[in-house]
Design a protein around this ligand. Structure first.
Ligand SMILES: C[S@@+](CC[C@H](N)C(=O)[O-])C[C@H]1O[C@@H](n2cnc3c(N)ncnc32)[C@H](O)[C@@H]1O
Length: 394
């Protein structure tokens, strides 16, 4: 394995996050050669892949292309995969996991592709090193990603292993937590840089506030994690990795950001949020308080206030939440003039109850649910009002 050999690097992300991921990748000085719904392609070495793993906030996986080939049958797959010099990548006593995605008439079952590729790798390893590596579903060691589309197949080293969105600070998720990469994407999409206050009522397990604190202080999220897929390859250079980590540590900003305030009505949520912030090393940057969202303390404006209320899956819940969303509108109007308000929700009917006109609606996906980040410019007296005194949502 050559750390300095350049190839295609595919970076996968959740649907909706690709434009934010592209901005992150460009900011790190990497070229972007293709972008689609669930990721992008760049070029680089394994060292570039390590750096991307360390810094990216909105990515799932950083995938380093090992080989691609024409593939029409499972036998083609076995043959081509067994040509790859796995003995130069995978330790003989290593543990192997394969993630397959197939979109080909050649097979109707991705598990069969996984089995064929796994057989090809362990058979070759047995022949070359006299030992068959263990394999299974755990993603915490040597991971291969296989994409078989139509009559072509791509084999990647998954340099991340477990998803990068699992930052490992959130030991206590509480209810309906937002995935860390999504929370980072939501914060990045607002242009937040820590120079103005950020207030997060209904903070739940604190993901939005914690990601904001990491962004505001330019902390690389990968510094929080001790295990990546690339660490389980032959030739992994711990010295280079430590150098990359030291550079990332140097880039952290020394000056504290403008106040970050996170509140929730539920004591258990706040306890989880505090512990998670502590694990992420940012608890000193966030002021936590237990209160109804409408009583959240606000520093002097301007700044941003961002809420992620529940959006209800059962009818009864939705009825109850209508009042909450109406109260969010009142909170914005009565307490937040001069602020920029944001609401992240997966229920547009409920969002209408806020009764204010959103100036921007950015689409995101929370797992499979299509969501919107709604932006409200909250200045006094400049909006048309309906008869009930509420501003119109058109
Ligand atoms: C969808 S969760 C937020 C999840 C959060 N973004 C996370 O990543 O963990 C909504 C939160 O709103 C809180 N909540 C509900 N009603 C509230 C109210 N009236 N005042 C303050 N918090 C409230 C709940 O306790 C819950 O923690």
């Amino acid at each position: 394995m050559d750390l300095h050999s350049s190839t295609t690097i595919r970076i996968a992300c959740a649907p909706g996050l690709a434009p934010l991921l592209e901005a992150e990748v460009r900011l790190l000085g990497c070229p972007v050669t293709a972008v689609d719904d669930t990721g992008l392609n760049t070029n680089g070495t394994l060292i570039d892949a390590m750096r991307l793993n360390l810094h990216l906030r909105t990515a799932f996986y950083v995938l380093y292309l090992i080989d691609e080939f024409p593939c029409e049958t499972p036998e083609d797959l076995y043959r081509h995969v067994s040509f790859i010099e796995w003995e130069n990548w995978l330790p003989a006593d290593g543990y192997l996991s394969i993630i397959s995605r197939t979109d080909t008439p050649a097979i109707n079952n991705w598990t069969y592709a996984t089995m064929k590729a796994k057989d090809a790798i362990v058979d070759r390893m047995a022949e070359k090193s006299g030992r068959r590596p263990d394999s299974g579903p755990e993603r915490d060691r040597f991971v291969i990603n296989l994409y078989w589309r139509k009559d072509r197949c791509w084999v990647y080293l998954n340099t991340s292993g477990q998803k990068l969105s699992d930052r490992s600070y959130r030991r206590i998720p509480h209810k309906a937590p937002m995935q860390e990469a999504l929370a980072a994407g939501v914060i990045l999409s607002t242009g937040y840089d820590g120079s103005m206050p950020l207030v997060n009522p209904m903070c739940g397990s604190g993901t939005l506030a914690i990601e904001a604190a990491l962004i505001a202080t330019n902390r690389a999220p990968g510094l929080l994690r001790g295990n990546f897929g690339f660490m389980h390859t032959l030739g992994f250079d711990a010295g280079i990795w430590e150098q990359l980590r030291a550079e990332a540590r140097k880039q952290r900003s020394k000056s504290p950001p403008a106040p970050i305030i996170a509140t929730d009505i539920d004591e258990a949520a706040l306890q989880a949020a505090r512990k998670n912030a502590m694990t992420a090393g940012v608890e000193h940057l966030i002021q936590f308080e237990r209160c109804d969202f409408a009583d959240t303390p606000l520093p002097p404006s301007p700044g941003m206030v961002i809420l992620n209320p529940e959006y209800g899956e059962r009818m009864g819940q939705v009825d109850e939440l209508q009042g909450t969303y109406r109260r969010i509108g009142d909170f914005f109007k009565q307490r937040c003039p001069g602020w920029t308000g944001y609401v992240f929700t997966g229920n547009m009917d409920l969002a209408k109850k806020i009764g204010l006109k959103a100036s921007r609606r950015t689409p995101f996906f929370n797992a499979k649910i299509e969501c919107r980040l709604l932006k409200y410019e909250l200045y006094e007296g400049s909006r048309r009002k309906d008869e009930g005194g509420r501003m119109k949502d058109e």
